[in-house]
Ligand binder design. Structure first.
Ligand code: 1CP
Length: 346
C-alpha cells in the first residue's frame, strides 16, 4: 500500500496534503506522561523499545497525523559515542564532560562501532513496522552534525554558542575534526535506521541560525549534503527531509545544492518566500507557528493561509517547530483536521 506521506515527499498526487507535527510526542499528551512515568525518566524511555514504540504511535491514534516520528532524541548519538548524558528537570540535556581537547575527541567511539550501539533505536523501529497501519509512514531522524556538535562542545543547550564559535574562529580545524567524526557516525546511524525499516529520514539542524551566513555552508550544510548523498546513492526510494531552522536570510544566497527531497520551513520564514526560492527544487514542509495551537481560530486562519500559498503538490503540512507542553490536545486535533479539510481534493 502506498503511503501518502512518502508520495508527497516525492511530489506525487495525493488525496489531501499529509500532516504531522514536529515533536508530536511529548508532554502535551497525558498518555505520554503516563508512559514516561512508567519508564522512570526520559532516557530510560529512549532506551526501552517497547515503551518508545508505544509513545511513537500515540499521536497517530490521538491526533490523527499521517506519519509517525520515531520516539528518541538527537542526543543519543553523542551519548553512544561515549559522552555521559543526563536530562535534568527544568534544564534539559547536560553532558558531564564536554569536548575541550583533541584527547577528549580521540577518546570517543566513532563510525560504525558507535552506530552499532544504538540497537534500542533499531529495535523500536522493528516493533513499529509491525504495529503501524500500512498507510502511515515512519520518519527516522538524526541531528545535523553542527547541531549535535553544539551540545558536545557546550555540554548543554546554549543561547550564545560562545564555546563553539570560539572554536569556529580560532581553531576551525578542530571543529571540522569534530564534525567529521559526528558525520561518519550519523551516516551509519541513518543507514541502520533505514535497514531497520523507516520510510523517510529527517535531519534536524535546529541551531542552523547560530552560524553567520558566510560560514553556514562550511560548518553545516556541506556535512548534511554528504549524509544525504551517501543515503540517496544506496536508498533512492527513501525521501530525505532537512530542517535547517531559522535560515530565511540564507535562502537568498541560494543554498540549494544537495540531494534532499523536502525542505522543512520554520515558522519564522514566510512560506511565500520559501516557495519562491526553494519550491522548484524541494517539496516544502511547514510551517505553522506552534503557539497558534493555543487558539483554534488562529490555527484555522494560518492553515488556510498556508494552503492558499502552497495548494497542490509540493507541500506537507507541519508545525514550524516543536509543539509546546501546555497545548490543549483538542487544539492539536483541530490543526490536523483543518489541514486535511482545506487540502482535500474533490
Ligand atoms: O519528556 C520530556 O520532558 C522530554 C522532552 C523531550 C522530548 C519529547 C526531549 C528532550 N526530547 C524529546 C523527543 C524528541 N526530540 C523527538 C521525538 C519525536 C517527536 O516527538 O517529535 C525528536 C525528533 C527530538 C529531536 C530533538 N531533540 C531536537 C531537534 C528538533 C527540535 O525541536 O529542534 C533537539 C534540539 C533536541 C534536544 C532536546 N531534547 C530534549 C530537549 C528539551 C531538547 C532541547 C534542549 C535545548 O533547547 O537545547
Amino acid at each position: 500500500m502506498s503511503k501518502i506521506f512518502v508520495d508527497a515527499c516525492f511530489r506525487k498526487e495525493t488525496p489531501y496534503t499529509p500532516v504531522w507535527m514536529m515533536r508530536q510526542a511529548g508532554r502535551y499528551l497525558p498518555e505520554y506522561m503516563e508512559v514516561r512515568a512508567k519508564a522512570g525518566n526520559f532516557l530510560n524511555l529512549c532506551h526501552n523499545p517497547e515503551l518508545a514504540a508505544e509513545v511513537t504511535i500515540q499521536p497517530l491514534d490521538i491526533v490523527g497525523v499521517d506519519a509517525a516520528i520515531l520516539f528518541s532524541d538527537i542526543l543519543v548519538v553523542p551519548n553512544e559515542m561515549g559522552m555521559k548524558l543526563d536530562f535534568l528537570k527544568g534544564e534539559g540535556p547536560v553532558f558531564d564532560k564536554p569536548i575541550k581537547t583533541e584527547a577528549d575527541l580521540d577518546a570517543l567511539i566513532g563510525g560504525e562501532e558507535a552506530a552499532n550501539k544504538l540497537t534500542y533505536v533499531y529495535e523500536t523501529i522493528k516493533i513499529l513496522k509491525q504495529r503501524l497501519p500500512q498507510d502511515k509512514a515512519l520518519i527516522g531522524f538524526t541531528g545535523a552534525p553542527w547541531t549535535l556538535a553544539t551540545y558536545m562542545i557546550e555540554g548543554q543547550g546554549t543561547k550564545t554558542y560562545n564555546l563553539c564559535k570560539k572554536m569556529m574562529y580560532s581553531n576551525p580545524e578542530f571543529l571540522h575534526k569534530i564534525l567529521r567524526r559526528v558525520t561518519d557516525v550519523v551516516k551509519f546511524y541513518m543507514e541502520k535506521q533505514i535497514e531497520a525499516g523507516v520510510d523517510v529520514v529527517q535531519i534536524f539542524d535546529s541551531w542552523a541560525a547560530a552560524i553567520e551566513p558566510s560560514k553556514y555552508d562550511e560548518f553545516s550544510w556541506k556535512y548534511m549534503v554528504e549524509i544525504a548523498e551517501y543515503l540517496k546513492e544506496k536508498y533512492p526510494h527513501i525521501p530525505v527531509i532537512i530542517f535547517p531552522k531559522g535560515i530565511a536570510a540564507f535562502i537568498e544566497r541560494g543554498l540549494v545544492y544537495g540531494n534532499f527531497d523536502v525542505f522543512g520551513v520554520d515558522w519564522g520564514t514566510p512560506m511565500a518566500l520559501a516557495k519562491e526560492k526553494l519550491g522548484e527544487k524541494y517539496v516544502l514542509q511547514g510551517n505553522m507557528e506552534p503557539c497558534r495551537l493555543y487558539s483554534k481560530e488562529a490555527t484555522t486562519m494560518c492553515v488556510e493561509a498556508i494552503q492558499n500559498i502552497m495548494g497542490g503538490t509540493g507541500h506537507i503540512f507541519n508545525l514550524g517547530h516543536g509543539i509546546l507542553p501546555d497545548v490543549p490536545v483538542e487544539n492539536a486535533i483541530h490543526f490536523v483536521k483543518e489541514c486535511q479539510r482545506v487540502s482535500k481534493k474533490a
